[in-house]
Design a protein around this ligand. Structure first.
Ligand code: ASP
Length: 451
């Protein structure tokens, strides 16, 4: 057995949490790789080390001395180092590391930002490995460059390069626990580059896939993934087992337990992902698997996300015009706007996008091009749209789920602006006004889980 375990920021926020994480690693000798985030928040009001580092980088980029920001970062690490009782030499090494990053060329702010951001995970890994060694355990800090984690040169949004997988397989030869910093890797020409925020989940998934792990354990601060956002419903239904596809849909619409891109590497290899709670390690957590065997109910989860808009168009005899949709999408592609859904009628088409991409400026430009280049007769934009989805693998073989959901929403007085079902039939999406988003989620939860 070979297990890869990732610990998030709240699991490493202070010495007490780091000790819990290390105990979890040591309680099972098959837990061989420990991916660490940067120390996170200790209290609600606290600041994550990554955010302290971003402030540090911004201060330097803006030409300030950044001494206060540097001190804030050093303080977080030195409190932890002291409480863990590791040698002063470790803290000296961390200070020197941060100092040397601060001296790097900051003329490319994106590149410089990643160098500084990566210091959180990198030094946390050094600290954790030293602690494990100080209590007499075999553990090694692994540098992602030496291990061969190669990423594309997309600062703040890197993607893994395929050659990484074979190189990272060699981690299996390391004795004891490999402590691997999450969130960053190197470009083929040796530049530090990070994933997007929350990206240590992606590192864990890549390492699990590369080392052919039996399981990828993702240790966080909740007992499981729940069928609905726990801030909307008290005592929500815990999900014991969920498929990658179901999880993907729910993450898309607002579930935040895992980074959106984190499932792809484990998904391709079929490696199960186990979400666990560092503060309650005996809880079994949630298993994310390729095929489920347990089906408790027809719906697995319900999610809602705000911040969408729809561009609606109609043109008489649109369905006869070959290449019409292609030309609409080409205009969006020219403006670098991704689309999310595209429900259509015979002579009408709607494109659902995120408002963050379809800005008012882009809207003017696109409407102008659509009317000029495609002679569209009716064009309108709805900027008040949220999407609510119900997800469940069992929906494909159950009659009447959409009817039940639509009926529940209609009884609750929620107008459905859009209904869309993907061909996989594992989810149904409803477009509702943003002010109804949370209400609609709660009403759907009542219908499918509280009757
Ligand atoms: N520390 C990084 C962040 O806060 C990455 C991570 O924790 O996954 O985004």
């Amino acid at each position: 057995m070979y297990k890869v375990c990732k610990f998030g920021g709240s699991s490493l926020a202070n010495a007490e949490q780091i000790k819990k994480a290390c105990d979890i690693m040591l309680s099972d000798p098959t837990r061989r790789v420990m991916i660490v985030s940067a120390p996170g928040k200790r209290t609600r009001e606290d600041t994550k080390v990554t955010d302290l580092l971003i402030a540090l980088a911004n201060a330097i980029i803006s030409g300030y001395s950044a001494e206060d920001e540097r001190q804030a970062v050093i303080n977080r690490f030195s409190v932890i180092a002291e409480e863990l009782g590791v040698d002063q030499a470790v803290m000296d090494e961390i200070e020197a590391d941060i100092q040397s990053r601060m001296c790097k060329d900051c003329s490319s702010s994106m590149r410089f930002m990643d160098i500084i951001k990566a210091a959180g995970e990198d030094n946390c890994a050094r600290l954790v490995a030293s602690y494990l060694q100080s209590i007499g355990r075999t553990a090694e800090y692994i540098n992602p460059k030496d291990a061969g984690l190669l990423l594309t040169e997309e600062y703040g949004n890197a993607q893994v390069l395929p050659d990484s997988y074979a190189a990272l397989y060699q981690l299996r030869n390391v004795q004891g626990i490999s402590v691997f910093p999450g969130f960053f890797g190197y470009t083929p020409d040796g530049q530090i580059v990070t994933f997007s925020r929350g990206g240590s989940d992606i590192t864990g998934s890549i390492i699990a896939a590369a080392t052919d792990a039996q399981v990828y354990e993702n240790w966080t601060d909740v007992d499981s993934v729940y069928s609905v956002n726990p801030s909307l419903v008290s005592h929500p239904n815990p999900i014991r087992e969920i498929t990658y596809d179901e999880m993907r849909e729910l993450t898309y619409a607002g579930f935040t337990v895992l980074h959106e891109e984190a499932l792809a590497p484990t998904y391709r290899k079929g490696i199960p992902v186990n979400i666990r709670n560092t503060n309650n390690p005996t809880a079994p957590g949630t298993m994310i698997v390729r095929n489920r065997v347990n089906f408790e109910g027809v719906v697995t989860g319900i999610a809602g996300a705000k911040g969408f808009c729809s561009l609606n168009m109609s043109k008489y005899l649109m369905n006869r015009e070959i290449g019409f949709a292609l030309r609409v999408l080409q205009i969006l592609a020219d403006e670098q706007i991704p689309f999310e859904h595209m429900p259509s009628g015979i002579d009408s088409l709607s494109i659902i996008m995120r408002k963050s991409y379809f800005t008012p400026d882009k809207e003017r430009l696109i409407i102008d091009r659509l009317s000029r280049e495609l002679s569209i007769e009716k064009l309108s934009v709805n900027r008040n749209l949220s999407i609510v989805i119900i997800v469940g693998e069992a929906m494909a073989r159950t009659v009447g789920v959409t009817a039940r959901a639509a009926n529940a929403l209609s009884k609750a007085g929620v107008n459905l602006e859009i209904i869309n079902q993907g061909s996989s039939e594992i989810s149904v999406m409803f477009g509702v006004r943003e002010e109804y988003c949370n209400y609609a989620v709660k009403e759907l939860y009542k219908e499918f889980f509280q009757r």
